[in-house]
Design a protein around this ligand. Structure first.
Ligand code: KG4
Ligand code: ZN
Length: 362
């Protein structure tokens, strides 16, 4: 993570979020929105005591993408063992925790239902409060986390320009304080990660597509193909469908010509087009809204070209989580859960999943 080492910078913690009693608050996080079954324990929204992720990627690879019913059933098999292990690794029993935070949406309805029902059962049995968490907010709070034993670093300062780039979302959000969001724009069609996954499948690479494209692109020329960039000027929206069609057309043209596909060049040129748009629009928005710092989170923020490019071009401080916290995990759910907990959120046991829960509704 890029972060401040400037000892003069003021921690921007909001006074109302200071913990009144000095007892640490420990929250169990549960995440099952897509194809990762995850459980974690986090202290005071920042210190990771345990963080376990069981990825189903191998299971879905044969379908070239997430098969929702297979995902739900695999969550059912994995969820309790992974929660038990997360408690064991944190050296805590459930009665020593303060709350249970669980992803309520957005995500696949059947997958979300497994996590939320598990959390309800644990809450009922243990009397711990239940806190439903928005997955996009959780990605944002991945920036606050650090491993037990590591040095604490300053929290980001507001206004904070946030780019959430994942398999389901590409969202530009201005964060003005803890739990306070203004959605500026988002993708009109495919999410950035979805575009990576679809182009990966087109090129015959394995699922998930982001890491496969990134690997193939390492030996490719990003200027080999001049793929389109949809700037959508005067808006904070994105579109990746034109880029996807352009790559598809190029692949068909090359195939018709009978030449072997230059996979590395196609992957590198595609990746460069996505990164260009993400970086330029994020920097423009940061300037326009006078953001003090920039935060990038979500699965696509694991991409090295994206990380390097924005770090080179941005003038201020950039926060990007370490790779293992970019993709779906439960530590970020527990982290967001802490800030919701101290803000007084307690959810009843009859809450439903919210598969299309926009951050603008928070
Ligand atoms: O945040 P995430 O784990 O799940 C969702 O909330 O969707 O993001 C998964 C997405 C996938 O589309 C995956 O291909 C993409 O993140 N991704 C990457 C990289 N690692 C994962 N995209 C580009 N480069 C990567 N290194
Ligand atoms: Zn995610």
């Amino acid at each position: 993570m890029t972060n401040s080492s400037d000892s003069n910078s003021q921690p921007s913690s909001n006074k109302s979020f200071e913990i009144e009693n000095q007892q640490p608050i420990r929250i169990l996080g549960i995440e099952t929105s897509c194809d990762e079954t995850a459980a974690a324990v986090v202290e005071n929204g920042r210190v990771i005591l345990s963080n376990l992720v069981a990825s189903q990627a191998d299971l879905h690879a044969q379908y070239g993408g997430v098969f929702p019913e297979v995902a739900s059933r695999q969550h059912i098999l994995t969820i309790y063992p992974i929660i038990e292990q997360s408690l064991q690794e944190a050296h805590l029993t459930i009665s020593e925790l303060d709350a249970i935070a669980v992803t309520r949406g957005p995500g696949l309805p059947g997958s979300l239902a497994v996590g939320i029902n598990t959390a309800k059962g644990l809450s009922l049995g243990s009397r711990l409060p239940l806190i439903g968490i928005n997955h996009l907010e959780a990605h944002i709070y991945s920036i606050w986390l650090y491993q037990e034993g590591q040095n604490e670093f300053d929290e980001p300062q507001y206004p904070l320009l946030t780019l959430i780039v994942s398999g389901g979302h590409t969202e530009l959000v201005l964060m003005t304080g803890h739990l306070k969001y203004k959605r500026l724009g988002g993708t009109l069609d495919d999410a950035a990660g979805e575009a990576f996954d679809k182009i990966s499948r087109l090129l015959g690479l394995s699922y998930p597509g982001g890491p496969s494209i990134e690997k193939a692109a390492q030996v490719g020329n990003p200027q080999a193909f001049n793929f389109p960039r949809a700037w959508l000027d005067n808006t904070w929206n994105f579109s990746f469908s034109g880029l996807k069609t352009a790559v598809l057309r190029e692949v068909r043209r090359l195939e018709t010509g009978g030449t072997p596909l230059p996979i590395a060049n196609l992957a590198a040129s595609f990746q460069a087009a996505v990164v260009d748009v993400l970086v330029e629009k994020t920097l423009l928005a940061a300037k326009e809204f006078q953001a003090k710092e920039i935060l990038i989170a979500g699965g696509v923020s694991a991409n090295k070209l994206l990380r390097q490019t924005i770090e080179q071009k941005a003038e201020g401080l950039i926060h990007i989580p370490p790779i293992n916290l970019c993709t779906d995990n439960a530590a970020m759910v527990a982290g967001a859960g802490f800030f919701r907990y101290i803000n007084g959120q307690r959810d009843p046991l009859d809450i439903d999943v919210l598969p299309n829960w926009p951050i603008s509704e928070l």
